[in-house]
Design a binder for this molecule. Structure first.
Ligand code: 26W
Length: 834
């Protein structure tokens, strides 16, 4: 009876309508006859979830039965965006649901639009984690994600009339979230503070007790693969008080004291820290508690699963690989040591050899201010046992310390090197260098694009390469999932590709190199016409979006020029806006007749600034105020429009990217580890204007340099130029008159706000760390080349087609298979149906 009564996947439209109506009545407890779009979305989501659950159960059962080696992706951020459309696509039920909701009187687009983004991430690192989950499931790889269930995701960005960024909370769970399954039965206790006493029995063990104990409770999110049965799991932890309230203080009439412990436990997973590449959170105890809470719960869960296999501990590396997404989960290294030594009774060397075969570390940035360090006194206070272990790691054989024999043998008396490599940075206070801990505790280390991995090897981790050998330090160039970043966000282009390649999309979306088949069609005028028409309709879709959300009218007969990413000095939005101002003055100086020959251009910016990052916020203010002047100037408004779109998100990216003719990736050479939106734009036939940095380089290698617009100084020149700035400064007027003019006009108040931009302008006038004065002229020249290329529409469309055709390498399927094969040593698992 059980077997016969088991639910199967919805097969046709009737299954869909039936299950939606049932969910309206049961899950939503509403009348089917007065359902609005939101209700219909919720019903569709519940119904889709039922389908996911069938595969999810089969997947987990198969894993338990087959006990393959598994990989766990530990990331403090998963920037998932919306789920329903992706779930339907991956389940192969998109048409059924489209027709089903139509039968019920709704349109699928309206329903999909009701969903709020799950924005549990800052930017590139978090979205990469989301793409990797999609690819893992699509490649049938046994991979689980582990993260935190923040009550508030990345803040919502509002722009004040003056152009200031304001931050509002993102209460994304307010409408209950149908995509998560609370696991009341999966909980772990996590300790903070207290004291750690070493035992004098010669084992190195210690007992850690006292302090605060909080509860980690699991929420599971289903991650379906595209065209596979595999539905993996993303497990997110929520912090809860261990007891609802402390009865003792309650009885004593201390009501506030009684609820206080519950407040502080819940605070741990309350909010995502909104900083990336900035050190404004350094020393924030709550952030340290987040990191430990999450790594401790995840490790406990992983070990419980491993222990169920009944294997001895030394086989852990045969069953478990743990990927550390940046240094944020590095406490997992001392935590696993603590468990193995204090709880499992292993000797130090044995434990260390297990640990160093389980962990893998990915570095995502070489910017010094983004490298994590934690004050020793704080770790001592919050995690006393872990601080002991970190000190002990310094004195083991594999690690780095004065007492370490292998180090002494290799570098006798080399105290400078030792100080550089130490886990502890001297100073007031002393600090733990998390990247060093991650390196010595891991099996392998990788960067995220060729240039970046080279820089990791030759700069920030050079001493470790010398010491441990270069083979530990690899590269996996980032990737993006073509399901979301082509098929979902650009359905018309996807359909045209399938028609042209004479392949079902299920084939080329899983083997993106198939896109090369488009190359010959670049020469086909009829195809080019269809290609260009789709770009045009995507521009109109964006214009409609801006019209309905912001009430602004955008012309769609112009070139769309887009820069969307976190606002940061190294990404050089400043270079872009100063370039826009330069263009504006150039237009102003033209005669009306001359102007008519100019290609109209619409420039879009979007992106959030870290709330405490003053210069980044000033950049936003400048963009907004320049836009106000330019868009209102009758002389120029037909040739140049400028928009700052507030509250950048995954969903907004899905509308912007397919509409772009050219996108800008213009970081100072050597600063952008990879970039991933560059790949998204190119996959959608947008051309790239960029510096010779990150994955831009590999994109150019694939599509050919004649199809990208490169400018600016190269990485090896950057240090010399900075040295010049310091010791042989040349006044801007002399070095770069065009830029000097622009800066002077801003300073003089042409865009209002006289004086407020001085701190921003001074970063350029003074140290100019990010080399705007060095790259401005070549940037302007590159923009002119873009203009010229756009005049030859046919040639432009050919470039666009060739770009898409050569993007096969940048599928996250390729990247995740590299991790699986060269790092984790895991294999695909075929899911058996129950
Ligand atoms: C100190 C806080 C903090 C938080 C997050 C520092 C640094 C980070 C991340 C590592 C920043 C990040 O998202 N890095 C980006 O990672 C992407 C995925 O690999 C790359 O494509 C981007 O180039 C890189 O900036």
């Amino acid at each position: 009876v059980w077997k016969e009564s088991m639910r199967t996947l919805d097969k046709d439209v009737n299954d869909v309508t039936k299950s939606m109506v049932t969910h309206v009545q049961t899950s939503l407890a509403r009348q089917p006859y007065n359902i609005d779009n939101l209700g219909a979305y919720q019903a569709a989501a519940h119904s889709a979830r039922d389908n996911l659950l069938i595969n999810w159960n089969d997947t987990q059962m198969t894993y338990t039965r087959k006990a393959p080696k598994r990989a766990y992706y530990l990331s403090l951020e998963f920037l998932m965006g919306r789920t329903l459309d992706n779930a339907l696509l991956n389940l192969g039920l998109k048409d059924q649901y489209k027709d089903g909701v139509k039968k019920l009187g709704f349109s699928i687009e309206d329903i999909l639009d009701q969903e709020r983004d799950a924005a549990l991430g800052n930017g590139g690192l978090g979205r990469l984690a989301a793409c990797y989950l999609d690819s893992s499931a699509s490649q049938e790889l046994p991979v689980w994600g582990y993260g935190l269930r923040y009550k508030y995701g990345i803040f919502q960005q509002l722009i004040s009339p003056a152009g200031d960024q304001l931050e509002a909370p993102d209460p994304w769970l307010d409408n209950q979230n149908p995509w998560e399954l609370p696991r009341l039965d999966v909980t772990y206790e996590v300790r903070f503070y207290g004291h750690a006493d070493r035992l004098d029995d010669g084992t190195g063990r210690a007992i850690w007790q006292g302090g605060q104990e909080v509860l980690a409770q699991a929420y599971d999110v289903m991650i379906p693969g595209y065209g596979t049965q595999t539905t993996n799991n993303l497990r997110l932890w929520e912090s809860k008080p261990k007891r609802g309230f402390d009865l003792n203080s309650f009885n004593a009439g201390n009501y506030e004291g009684a609820v206080e412990s519950s407040n502080s436990a819940a605070a741990i997973t309350s909010v995502l820290y909104p900083n990336d590449h900035t050190n404004f959170t350094v020393g924030k105890e709550l952030r340290l508690k987040q990191q430990y809470f999450w790594t401790a719960a995840s490790l406990a869960d992983i070990l419980r699963r491993f222990k169920n296999l009944g294997k001895p501990m030394n086989e852990l590396p045969d069953y478990v690989a743990i990927q550390l997404n940046d240094t944020h989960p590095t406490l997992a290294i001392p935590e696993l040591m603590r468990i193995l030594i204090d709880e499992e009774d292993l000797r130090w060397d044995h434990a260390w050899s297990i640990v160093t075969n389980v962990f893998f570390y990915t570095n995502h940035t070489v910017l010094p201010e983004a490298l994590e360090k934690w004050p020793v006194p704080m770790i001592e206070h919050v995690l006393p046992r872990h601080m002991q272990i970190i000190y002990d790691i310094r004195t083991t054989d594999d690690a780095i310390s004065l007492a370490d024999s292998s180090f002494k043998k290799k570098y006798p008396g080399d105290r400078d090197r030792l100080a550089r490599m130490s886990l502890i940075e001297e100073g007031m206070p002393k600090q733990v260098r998390m990247a060093h801990l991650a390196v010595i505790g891991s099996r392998k280390v990788n960067g995220v694009a060729e240039l970046h991995s080279d820089l990791v090897r030759t700069t920030i981790l050079k001493d470790f390469v010398d010491f441990e050998g270069v083979s530990k330090f690899g590269n996996v160039t980032n990737g993006i999932t073509p399901r979301r970043w082509l098929d979902q966000c650009n359905p018309e282009l996807s359909a045209l590709i399938s028609k042209t390649l004479k392949l079902d999309k299920s084939v080329w979306l899983k083997d993106l190199f198939k896109l090369e088949g488009l190359l010959p069609f670049a020469e086909d005028a009829a195809f080019r016409k269809e290609w260009a028409a789709i770009k045009q309709r995507n521009k109109e879709r964006l214009a409609n979006y801006v019209q309905t959300t912001l009430g602004l009218t955008i012309r769609t007969d112009a070139m769309f020029d887009v820069q969307i990413k976190r606002i940061h000095e190294y990404k050089r939005q400043t270079l872009n806006i100063l370039g826009v101002i330069h263009r504006y003055f150039t237009l102003k100086n033209m005669s009306a007749v001359e102007r008519k020959k100019v290609n109209p251009r619409v420039v879009f910016f979007a992106g959030k600034a870290a709330p405490a990052y003053f210069i980044a916020k000033l950049t936003i203010r400048l963009i907004v105020n320049v836009a106000r002047v330019i868009n209102a100037d009758p002389d120029t408004k037909d040739y140049l429009q400028l928009y700052f779109l507030p509250d950048y998100s995954v969903s907004l990216a899905e509308v912007l990217i397919p509409a772009s003719d050219i996108s800008q990736h213009i970081s100072t050479a050597g600063t952008e580890a990879s970039g991933t939106s560059n790949m998204k734009f190119c996959l959608n036939g947008g051309l790239l204007l960029g510096t010779v940095d990150g994955a831009n380089i590999e994109i150019a290698e694939e599509v050919g340099e004649s199809n990208v617009f490169f400018f600016g100084h190269l990485t090896p020149a950057v240090e010399d130029l900075r040295y010049q700035h310091l010791y042989h400064p040349v006044p801007i007027e002399q070095k770069c008159p065009a830029l000097a003019h622009v800066i002077n006009q801003v300073s003089a108040g042409v865009f209002g706000d006289g004086g407020v931009y001085e701190p921003l302008l001074n970063t350029i006038r003074q140290s100019d760390y990010y080399l705007l004065t060095d790259d401005f002229d070549s940037y302007i020249a590159a923009l002119a080349m873009v203009d010229e290329a756009y005049l030859d529409k046919d040639e432009w469309v050919k470039k666009s087609i060739r770009t898409t055709a050569k993007m096969g390498k940048f599928s996250s399927d390729r990247a995740i298979v590299e991790y699986a094969e060269s790092y984790w040593n895991i294999e695909p698992v075929t899911i058996q149906k129950s």
